[in-house]
Ligand binder design. Structure first.
Ligand code: FPP
Ligand code: MG
Length: 331
């Protein structure tokens, strides 16, 4: 399941060659800084951290952090280490999540827990999270540290909430509480921290934009779990049903499905491949993927409206292109 290289926000949706070149430069600086700041003394921590960082990733969080700083009129360079810190938090959360989910594939490769073991994966995640806070203590403000630590508390709580609902059909309200916590708030931190570094004081408005971007991101993630191409996403389809998780594609067509069959699959500790595939295809045939995309479109539209209220700039244009990528992405 090798993921196509050169795709993602690097490879599409650019207006001019000049804009593309600038974006590549920014992405290269992010990659360089991500590797440079990761400097543990113990070799195994370095190997495990690098394994995840070098496996790719779209770098949407540091990109948004830096671009929001620029859009708000600040020196975008100042936001780079903060964006890197937020990407480390994302990486730490994935290391932990794959242990919790017992996942075997991420970004087209075997997961770090499979290669290095659960203990090393969790502890490397701890290291990366602490490194992020260290970067914030060095380059950020007390306000930012308060915001980011609250976000990580929200993420951990959402993960536990999600776990506690495994095997059950959940309500739409519970679904959004979970995805806002596990994904939305970290994007909220990126747009808020970037904007604050750029001198914008309306922290709540900045955070809300990121929250909606993150909500869109997770809705599309959940859609790809039903209808994605594993050679593009780097992970198999049907994971959520296999793990007993109710997500939006299922929720959106629940009334049209046989509830007993759904409950049986979600609550089974080891549902058969055939049952998962049957339910997955029913959800697709009943329009669950389109409904999820439609819901995601409404969310990203609200984010775009708020972004459009900022003064025109190349930063703003690039942010809008990222929102296009997030809604249209297939990886
Ligand atoms: C992936 O979700 C998981 C997350 C987006 C968040 C995980 C958060 C934590 C483990 C708590 C925070 C911890 C630290 C150290 C910051 P998913 O399982 O739906 O997606 P997947 O299919 O990519 O695994
Ligand atoms: Mg997972």
């Amino acid at each position: 399941m090798e993921r196509a290289r050169g795709s993602g926000p690097r490879g599409r949706g650019f207006k001019s060659r000049r804009a593309q070149k600038r974006k590549m430069l920014l992405l290269d600086r992010i990659e360089e800084r991500l590797l440079k700041e990761l400097n543990p003394k113990v070799r195994l921590v370095l190997e495990t951290g690098r394994y995840l960082i070098e496996s790719g990733g779209k770098r949407l969080r540091p990109l948004l952090t830096v671009l929001f700083c620029g859009m708000c009129g600040g020196d975008s360079e100042k936001a780079l280490p903060l964006g890197v810190g937020l990407e480390y938090i994302h990486a730490a959360s994935l290391l932990h999540d794959d242990v919790v989910d017992g996942a075997k594939h991420r970004r087209g490769r075997e997961t770090a827990n499979l290669i290095f073991g659960n203990e090393v994966a969790v502890l490397t995640g701890d290291y990366m999270y602490a490194k992020a806070l260290h970067l914030f203590a060095t380059y950020g403000t007390m306000d930012m540290i308060r915001l980011v630590s609250q976000v990580v508390m929200d993420m951990a709580e959402a993960q536990v909430l999600e776990l506690s609902k495994v095997g059950e059909i959940i309500s739409e309200e519970e679904y959004f509480r979970i995805i806002d916590g596990k994904t939305g708030v970290l994007f909220g931190a990126c747009t808020a921290v970037g904007g604050m570094a750029g001198g914008c004081e309306d922290k709540d408005m900045l955070f809300d934009i990121g929250l909606r971007i993150g909500r869109t991101f997770q809705l599309i993630d959940d859609l790809l779990d039903y209808a994605g191409d594993p050679s593009r996403t780097g992970k198999p389809v049907g994971n959520d049903l296999r793990e007993g998780k109710t997500t939006y594609p299922l929720l959106s067509v629940l009334d049209l499905l046989n509830r007993e069959f759904v409950e049986r699959i979600l609550s089974s500790p080891a549902p058969s491949h055939e049952d998962i595939d049957t339910l997955r295809k029913q959800v697709i045939d009943l329009g669950g993927v389109e409904k999820t995309k439609e819901r995601a479109r409404r969310e990203i539209e609200k984010a775009r409206e708020a972004i459009l209220s900022f003064p025109d700039s190349e930063f703003k244009e690039e942010i809008l292109r990222i929102t296009d990528f997030i809604i249209e992405r297939d990886l």
